[in-house]
Design a protein around this ligand. Structure first.
Ligand SMILES: Cc1cc2nc3c(=O)[nH]c(=O)nc-3n(C[C@H](O)[C@H](O)[C@H](O)COP(=O)(O)O)c2cc1C
Length: 325
């Protein structure tokens, strides 16, 4: 059993990443019921909405779950943090900002703290501040990305060499082979976003799931570089419009209004692809079905086991010895 399972009291070391506007109570509970750690995406919610979603999650599952709080993004971050404590949420995931000031209050309340990092420096600081687990997110991931653009393949082993708390790999993981690869690189679990949007329980517009199914290996674009607001989106006409406007020298204010929260809802929830965008990671090209979360996890576990066995034998001769050079 991985340390992640023991710390979070879950069956599989699979975490559903917090997803603003997407990871509502239904998806969160489905992931937790399937043996992973579901995460409510509180980044775009009012404190009242967070409270209501937590109530619904507790109605739908007895299993542990987390709430994601993107610190810098949420204007009422402290209020949400207090709510998480008052409502005895088992785990919190802190992203987009310095987690240090918030970590002690969660630890005192016995809440497991997961922090999201995109560099060795951030990961080391999070461990020093008391994080129980660190999610390291590479550039393949959907949504807001680090300006450093470090990929999961290179980020995970480098962070693994510098921290001793369990490390979770995020960005570009969507099947059992990805799980096996992440474990080989030094992670003890995975966090997923894109793959979990293409599940029965994700309450997004059908058009979003259709776009994921139709996506291929060149199906995403990176927007916002000109403003240091790097975000990976599915390649839709709206995403291409964003890139064209960046290239045409649009102002920061205009760009913000073209990418604000209403645009996420318009694309992901209302399916109005001319008015809003769809966050999507590079793994989108691998999405070819819309299973239940439970079926997805079963398949991933079985495929990861197969991949690990194949990996184990790949460097051996028939005798079982490693080949000399
Ligand atoms: C629609 C969407 C919204 C997201 N919103 C957030 C968020 O609010 N907070 C956060 O920490 N990460 C957010 N993410 C990132 C995910 O939590 C996760 O780390 C990422 O999707 C993993 O990479 P993958 O998409 O390749 O699986 C979002 C991702 C998606 C797809």
């Amino acid at each position: 059993m991985s340390r992640v399972n023991g710390l979070l009291h879950i069956k599989y070391p699979f975490i559903q990443g917090g997803m603003g506007n997407i990871s509502h109570a239904e998806l969160t509970a489905a992931v937790s019921n399937a043996g992973g750690l579901g995460t409510l995406g509180a980044g775009t919610m009012t404190p009242e909405a967070v409270k209501e979603h937590i109530r619904k999650i507790k109605e739908m599952t007895d299993c542990p779950f987390a709430v994601n709080l993107p610190i810098r993004v949420h204007p009422q971050a402290k209020e949400i943090a207090d709510l998480i404590i008052d409502l005895k949420v088992p785990a919190v995931s802190l992203s987009a900002g310095n987690p240090k000031p918030l970590i002690p209050m969660f630890k005192e309340a016995g809440i497991k703290v997961i922090t999201v990092a995109a560099s060795v420096k951030q990961a080391v600081k999070a461990e020093e501040a008391g994080a129980d687990l660190i999610v390291a997110e590479g550039y393949e991931a959907a949504g807001i990305n680090s300006v450093h653009e470090t990929t999961t393949m290179t980020l995970i082993p480098q962070i693994a060499d510098h921290v001793s708390v369990p490390l979770i790999a995020a960005g570009g993981i969507g099947d059992g082979r990805g799980v096996a690869a992440a474990l080989c690189l030094g992670a003890e679990g995975v966090q997923m976003g894109t793959r979990l949007i293409a599940t029965k329980e994700a309450l997004v517009h059908a058009e979003y799931k259709k776009r994921l199914l139709e996506s291929d290996d060149t199906g995403t674009v990176v927007t916002g570089r000109a403003f240091g607001k790097v975000r990976r989106l599915l390649k839709t006409p709206y995403a291409e419009k964003l890139i064209a406007s960046e290239q045409a020298g649009v102002s920061g204010e205009e760009y913000d209004s073209m990418t604000d929260e209403r645009r996420h809802v318009a694309g992901a929830i209302d399916g109005k692809l001319g008015e809003g965008h769809l966050n999507g990671g590079q793994i989108a090209g691998l999405v070819k079905s819309i299973p239940s979360v439970e079926d997805l996890f079963q398949q991933m576990v079985s495929d990861a086991e197969t991949a690990m066995m194949r990996t184990g034998s790949a460097l051996k001769l028939k005798s079982g010895k490693v080949r000399d050079r």
